[in-house]
Design a protein around this ligand. Structure first.
Ligand code: AMP
Ligand code: MN
Ligand code: MN
Ligand code: MN
Length: 277
């Protein structure tokens, strides 16, 4: 049987709810043979994940999910197979985390102005010592009963034009790819269907991504509908991009996809791991 690859997952080092050890063990129990830990803008969970993976006999790909600002929106680019010790990558990510630290305070100030006090402390309670991100605010607001589910919290408070939204000041596409490649990794555009781009705009993005040396497109994502994957497979082929597969797992019971439970890549895709052996 083919080895199950899941190349996109989060731990308590960003906005996941499992420690790297528990994440790796769960992946193994779900039949995953190759797992990438890809926390948002940080590498600190990787040593623990590597140790756990060695212990339970699965392969761990050191990864990161880099936040990028492009044409007025936020995109996510995965770095797969990066060297966590690389100075350029570490410095770049440190800058993004500094922005995250300020943004968390700013989100709390804006929520306070909107009549929701103490959101910083509330969100911090969900962050396990990691930098506070929007997911932590969402968990807090949901616990306060501010919306009926996670998706609604985002829609009501944390997305563009809403009371707790703060525009991103992330890496440029060129910077993100430069850091990833400098650290020996491959760059994959994450969950491309989530950005709701027109086909024209997606073609422009993928041309730029390719020109900057981007290697892969996350054709299969836990946050894609089945028809998104078919469509993204055609974009991958058109732009000569390798296909990646990732659950974007965050939480065993938070409405996110399960580790490793992903459809097969559509025919005609070249999996990114074909370049790894
Ligand atoms: P941040 O990088 O802190 O701005 O937060 C982005 C994270 O928020 C994503 O990685 C998801 O985990 C989560 N997220 C964003 N939008 C939604 C949504 N509509 N529903 C659930 N989670 C979301
Ligand atoms: Mn997340
Ligand atoms: Mn993402
Ligand atoms: Mn993710």
């Amino acid at each position: 049987m083919a080895v199950v690859h899941d190349l996109h997952a989060h731990s308590t080092y960003s906005d996941g709810t499992l420690t790297p050890t528990l994440l790796v063990r769960r992946a193994q129990a779900q039949g995953v043979g190759v797992l990438a830990l890809t926390d948002h803008d940080g590498l600190d969970g990787l040593p623990e994940a590597e140790a756990a993976a060695r212990e339970c006999g699965i392969r761990l790909i050191p990864g990161v999910e880099v936040s990028v600002s492009w044409a007025g929106r936020t995109l996510h680019v995965l770095g797969l197979g990066v060297d966590p010790a690389d100075a350029g990558l570490r410095e770049g990510l440190a800058r993004l985390r500094a922005f995250r630290g300020w943004r968390a305070e700013e989100i709390a100030r804006r929520l306070e102005a909107h009549g929701i006090p103490d959101a910083y402390a509330g969100a911090k309670g969900y962050a396990h010592g990691a930098i506070i991100g929007r997911t932590h605010f969402a968990r807090h607001l949901l616990a306060l009963g501010k919306a009926r589910n996670f998706g609604h919290v985002f829609k009501r408070y944390l997305t563009q034009g809403k009371p707790g939204h703060v525009p991103g000041q992330w890496a440029s596409l060129e910077e993100a790819l430069g850091w990833i490649h400098g650290a020996g990794g491959q760059a994959v555009l994450a969950h491309p269907a989530r950005y709701k781009l027109t086909r024209t705009k997606l073609n422009i993005l993928l041309e730029e991504f390719r020109a900057a040396g981007g290697e892969g497109l996350e054709v299969i994502s836990g946050s894609h509908a089945p028809r998104d994957s078919v469509l993204m497979a055609t974009f991958a082929r058109r732009h000569g991009l390798l296909a990646s597969v990732g659950s974007d797992f965050h939480d065993p019971d938070g409405g996110y996809a399960e580790l490793g439970r992903l459809p097969e890549l559509p025919a005609g895709c070249r999996p990114i791991w074909h370049t790894w052996h």
